[in-house]
Design a protein around this ligand. Structure first.
Ligand SMILES: Nc1ncnc2c1ncn2[C@@H]1O[C@H](COP(=O)(O)OP(=O)(O)OP(=O)(O)O)[C@@H](O)[C@H]1O
Ligand SMILES: [Mg+2]
Length: 365
């Protein structure tokens, strides 16, 4: 049969050749069906690549004795290897067939290389994905354990703290006997430290509940005026210490909401106003009804907040001012969640050096 015809037949076979370690051997065996030669080599320019050869007594083109046929293997106009066959002599037909054969091999190797790269990238991605999902499972587990621990510890801390606050209240009311000026001051300090600590504990407890999705509403019907007054009374010692005046205008209505959570919102906002307003400042609390919405506004003439931080401060642990050790940076994040839980919204108007106003809108139903 005509050699070109045989070659045409083997090209189909060539593409089916497995590209494993026998690749060189296999292709040269096939070429032997149309050209007679003793040994065949593929020399890659990149030494990291596998060298494919047939009868491989040599690994360098210079060692091969003529006569031999040599062709470049190219990809995108750059030579990446040379393919060589050596034997006793070659005719024109051999040269033509070898040239065609080389270009087929160049294509096959190019495909292998691309496939290898794709496979390698796939493996890297897969490994990265497995690693990431492993880490994320670990993190989730650790996060759950942390949340559980925090909620347990903070809950246990709240009980004795409430009795510290209760007894210091009794002492300062002088129910158990009169106190001298110094004793009164000390009791006031205990009370202030207790209120701050209770605030922090409540925040950690709330954020744990929010994170674990355990925060639910306990809706009751209550007077908003009484609620605000109770919160103001709790915070009052802190305001008194800084000689901050708190004024209120509260519409006298009853609302359906979670009383404890509404008080927590008030506690966070009024607490912030006291914290971020210098001595002798003013805080104004306005509660009104507009368009079937309850509007709670807490306004102060404190240090204010730059516009660029208006969104950020609602994120967890975001603090813009150097805060004291009583601050965790959770208050507004929790407040926002509690407002959202009630189907409401919170807004901020503030300018540095002038003051801040936080407005909470809650739907009335
Ligand atoms: N009324 C305000 N005036 C000025 N800055 C405020 C006011 N309220 C909040 N901020 C700023 O927003 C930041 C976030 O407030 P947030 O209540 O979340 O945290 P915090 O008060 O620092 O700590 P805590 O968790 O104890 O409440 C504060 O650190 C402060 O920089
Ligand atoms: Mg706060």
């Amino acid at each position: 049969m005509n050699r070109y015809k045989i070659f045409a037949e083997i090209t189909d076979e060539l593409f089916k050749i497995n590209t494993g370690i026998n690749f060189g051997n296999d292709i040269f065996q096939m070429l032997k069906k149309v050209i007679s030669f003793d040994s065949g080599y593929i020399f890659f320019q990149n030494p990291e690549r596998l060298e494919h050869s047939f009868n491989p007594q040599t690994s360098c083109l210079n060692d091969i004795k003529p006569p031999y046929l040599k062709e470049n293997l190219e990809f995108k106009n750059s030579v990446y290897a040379e393919i060589v066959i050596a034997g006793n002599g070659f005719d024109e037909a051999d040269k033509k067939i070898f040239k065609a054969f080389s270009s087929i091999i160049a294509n096959i190797i190019k495909d292998i290389e691309i496939a290898k790269v794709i496979k390698m990238q796939g493996e890297i991605l897969q490994a990265g994905y497995i690693e990431t999902s492993k880490q994320s499972t670990k993190l989730k587990r650790a996060d759950k354990a942390k949340t559980k621990f925090l909620s347990h510890v903070t809950h246990e801390l709240r009980t004795p703290l409430n009795s510290i606050l209760g007894y210091s209240e009794l002492l300062s009311a002088e129910i158990a006997g009169k106190l001298n000026k110094k004793q009164k001051d000390y009791v006031e300090d205990i009370k202030i430290a207790g209120i701050n600590l209770l605030g922090m504990i409540n925040e950690v407890l709330d954020i744990s509940k929010i994170e674990s999705g355990n925060l639910t509403l306990n809706i009751t019907n209550f007077s908003i005026e009484n609620s605000v007054n109770e919160v103001v009374n709790t915070i009052y010692p802190l305001a008194l210490k800084k000689k901050i005046k708190i004024s209120k205008k509260i519409c006298d209505i009853r609302i359906n909401a979670d009383c404890q959570k509404i008080q927590q919102i008030l506690f966070n906002l009024i607490g912030n106003s006291v914290k971020y307003t210098p001595e002798n400042g003013n805080i104004r609390i306005n509660v009104s009804v507009k368009d079937r919405k309850l509007i709670i506004a807490v306004k102060d003439n404190g240090i204010g907040i730059d516009k660029k931080y208006h969104k950020k401060i609602f994120q967890r642990f975001k603090q813009i001012t150097e805060s004291d050790s009583n601050s965790t940076g959770l208050g507004l994040a929790i407040t926002k969640e509690l407002v959202k839980l009630h189907g409401g919204k919170i807004f901020l108007n503030s300018e540095t050096g002038i003051g801040s106003e936080f407005v909470v809108e809650l739907p009335l139903n």
